[in-house]
Design a protein around this ligand. Structure first.
Ligand SMILES: [Zn+2]
Length: 134
């Protein structure tokens, strides 16, 4: 029983480093210069509000992924999305909801398109979910 509990709790406690590739990908897609931006930390947890990934101002050096994501390409695309928010924060770029989400979903779709996941996971309606109409 104790072993089972540890098996469930340990992944939540572990802190990982996001591979540099994600920061570089975000900055290439968005045409940003961010060689001085360090890679963020990555943690896994069950997230509130049905979120699958999260960036929090209260802990801006960490991005979060939902513990239950099973498809690696989907999880990677969500991670790239969250790293885009992190890069906005680190570079002091606009963090209003619609501006930062538009950029993050551009990165998300670019990741899917280059890793074979667009047909399954595209979110072409993201702006209706977030209330970001033009
Ligand atoms: Zn987002």
């Amino acid at each position: 029983m104790k072993g089972l509990l540890l098996a469930i709790v340990l992944p939540v406690l572990q802190v990982h480093e996001v591979p540099r590739e994600y920061v570089d990908f975000v900055c290439a897609v968005r045409q940003l210069e961010c060689g001085a931006v360090p890679a963020p930390k990555l943690r896994f947890d069950t997230l509130p509000y049905g979120a699958l990934g999260m960036f929090r101002f209260t802990d801006p050096d960490t991005v979060w992924l939902h513990l239950g994501l099973r498809d690696p390409v989907y999880a990677q695309a969500i991670l790239a999305h969250e790293v885009s928010h992190y890069v906005d924060y680190r570079l002091g770029r606009p963090m209003d909801r619609c501006t930062t989400e538009a950029a993050a979903f551009r990165v998300y779709h670019a990741w899917l398109a280059t890793h074979g996941g667009l047909a399954d996971y595209a979110r072409y309606d993201w702006f209706t979910t977030y209330g970001c109409y033009r």
